[in-house]
Every structure is written in structure tokens, then in C-alpha cells.
Design a protein around this ligand. Sequence first.
Ligand code: SAH
Ligand code: SF4
Ligand code: F3S
Length: 456
Amino acid sequence: MQSADTPKKVFIKTWGCQMNVYDSTRMQDALESDGYSPTDNMEDADLVLLNTCHIREKAAEKVYSNLGRIRALKKARAETDRPMTIGVTGCVAQAEGKEILAREKSVDLVVGPQTYHRLPQIVARAKTHGPQVDTEYAVEDKFAHMPMATRKQVQARGVTAFLTVQEGCDKFCTFCVVPYTRGAEISRPHAMIMDEARALVDAGVREITLLGQNVNAWHGLGPNGREMRLGELLHDLAQVDGIRRLRYVTSHPKDMDDGLIEAHRDLDVLMPYLHLPVQAGSDRILKAMNRSHTAQEYVDIISRVRKMRPDIAISGDMIVGFPGETDEDFEATMDIVRATDYAQCYSFKYSPRPGTPGAEMTDQVDETVKTKRLARLQALLNEQQVAFNASCVGKTIEVLVEKPGKTSDQLIGRSPWLQSVVVPSHTGGIGDIVEVTVTSANPNSLIAQPAKRIVD
Ligand code: SAH
Ligand code: SF4
Ligand code: F3S
């Protein structure tokens, strides 16, 4: 039996990009201040939230198959004193809105990414008034209305943290749903970002990753009232006492300005890693995708970045089988991958998304052709990743220790280039930056031994 003062529990399942991961933490924080404690066990939750992704067809379908299973759980709890409330949040919620309620009757609330700050009220209202849908683009700024994470909440999440600085997208690539699910591009104010960064570092965070759908489109007024861009924001964040590492993701080639490229040369705390998706290597396809740059312009940006920071690791995203993509276009994608030499790169088959121009194009590529192209592309990308990891063997590098390893004699940390690094547990403690020598490399991780001492 649950007494009235037993804390209610919330279970949040997250799909999609880092922004969704960040949003889940913020929703959890908001619900915690409303009396919910987090649980990892869905069956024991009073409130189940599915924070969803709409980027490709498979991602959206997963939501419905999960809801099917949760329906049974909810039914079993219906007659008890702990009924279950089910919510769909995130980009599927924004894109499908009340259609979700029509398709899956067990859902109590559908909340889009711009109204999370109203979540506690929406949950309460769903319990008394039945199913709720809130997919407005709220006029008020959700960030201004969400409580800052408490010290305890930050500490529970470890020594690395995400911080959203920009959200939404005005670029309208013809394959992409993000401008429709996340709305117009907005930048958070400089002061708010600095405050959140200071609070994170005060609570023990050592590495902050700035997030945005187009993070390098961030702009805002600095403390002196002057307009600034991401490179300058990184300079200011580098001054925060105690911050040891900065990263940012995801960038668009069009917004890769000189100030940002130079920050990679000038700031030691800015990690030598750049996620800069190009999507395709053929100018004809880039144009059809509305990417607004050529393959050569991308290659030129990469070489400028490498000139400023020779040890930088480049990462990216690629799509194969965009409508109209010929064998020749695909070979151009293979060429740009060879020219870039990625340390790591995601690759996807094009997935037509309802409401986007790409889905209306008549020259869709056959699924079997997409499958073959993806296999060839992934073989090449895999070769590059293995080679990059192998090139680290013998090097002495700094690793931020993040968490326990699979066995008690191991710890896991991150290299400056975002590789997972397994070190012996006596190397240092969680949160330490340790100097280690890489002894061997796997496709997805490095193995290292302490070089000498804890750096910090
Ligand atoms: N804002 C980022 C990426 C957002 S989505 C950018 O501009 O690069 C993350 C990745 O998903 C994209 O880079 C793209 O490679 C992939 N993606 C987006 N829509 C897709 C679709 N319809 N089919 C296949 N992959 C897609
Ligand atoms: Fe999507 Fe393009 Fe915007 Fe990235 S820049 S979020 S791929 S529309
Ligand atoms: Fe997916 Fe939305 Fe992120 S569609 S990739 S969760 S912005």
C-alpha cells in the first residue's frame, strides 16, 4: 500500500539526440521539485514519460511499439491505489500531437519540446481532467521558467554535463524534420548560459558540452552590450573558475566562422574535436538537400580548422540514398569521406519524413540500393575510425575519468578526442584528469596505463 506521503516516481525513457537527453534531465529536475523521485524501473513508476525522436521512420515507430507494451502495465495498475500516468514528449509529440491520443488510448499527455516548463501542471491536469495535449510554441521562454538543477541533481549525473545554448533551426534541409519539431532558431542569453555553467562547475562538473541543433549559429549580447558569436562565448566560458573541458555540438558548415575556428587554436580547454556534418559529397545532392554550401567549401573549412588545430578529430553525419542520388553522386560521398578522414562518423539511409520536401520528391532511391551504399560507406568509415584509434597507441594523453568500468579494477574515461578510454582503477578517481599512455586500441575504445600522476 502506498501512503499519501510516499514519493511518486517518474521513469523517463529517452531517444534521439543529446538535446533530448538534456531535456529529459530538465524534465526530471522540474518533476523532482514537484515531488517525483526518479526511478530506473518503469514497472515501479507512477509517471512514465517517453521522450521521443522523429528524425527517421524507425525512431518514431519505436515509440508506438513501446506504448503497446506500457498499455498492459497501465491496465494492470488501473484498479490499484497507484494508477499509472503515461506521457509522450519530444519530437514525435510535437509532430503528431493529438494523433498520438487517437492511435494509443493509454496516453494521458502529449507535450512538445517547447512547453516542458509546464509539465508538472499538465501532469496534474491530466489526472483530473483526462488526456492533455500541449504542443504550442510557448510565448514565454521555457528556459526562464525552468528551475536550475540543484547541486544534488548535478552531482547525481556525474562529472560531464550538457548545456543547451541554442535550440531550433531555420535552415530547412529538405530531408529534415527538426525545423518543424523544434521550431525557429533561438539563442539563450549569454548571462543565463554563464550562470548555468558556473552552477554546474560549482557542483563538480568538469566538462561541459554546449548543445544546439545548430550550436554554431548561437549569437547574443555580451556583458558589454556587444553582439557576440559562439567563439567569443567559448572564450568567456573558458574563464569560469574550475572548468576543464569544453565541447559543442552540432555545427553547420555555414556558421563555421573564423572566430570559432580560432578558438580551437586559442583555448586549451576547448577539446580538439569537431562534429561537422556534411551529409553528402555531390554538389547536385547538397543543393537538392538545401545545405547551402558545396563539397569544396566543406573541405576548405576542414583544412582551415586543421591548420589552426592540427590534432583535431573530425566527426560527421552522412545520408545515403537521398532522392535522385546516382551511383556517381554516391561516389562523390565516398570521395569527401576520403578527403576528410573522419575520426568518427554517423551514417544513415535516407528516410522520407512526412511534411518535408524530400518526401515529396519523385525520384526516391530503391531500398536495396540504399542498403548497398550504406554498407560500402560504413566499411570505409569504420576503416577510418580504426585507423584513428590505432594512431593513438603509444601516445600519452589526458583522460577525464567519468565512471566505473565493467569490472571493479577498471575505470572509464574520455580522451580529448571523445574516445572511451579504459584505465586501471588505481589510475585516479572519478572526476580526475589523469595522464595515461595508450597501450592498445579497439574499434570503439582505447586501453591505457597510468603515465605518471594525476594532472588535476
Ligand atoms: N543539425 C544537425 C543534425 C540534426 S539531425 C545538422 O545540421 O547537421 C542528425 C542527423 O540525422 C543529420 O545530420 C542527418 O545526417 C540525419 N538525418 C536527418 N534527417 C534524416 C532523414 N530524413 N533520413 C536520414 N537521416 C536523417
Ligand atoms: Fe535539420 Fe538541416 Fe536544421 Fe540540421 S541544419 S537540424 S539537418 S534542417
Ligand atoms: Fe530527434 Fe528531435 Fe533530436 S527529431 S534528433 S530528438 S531534435
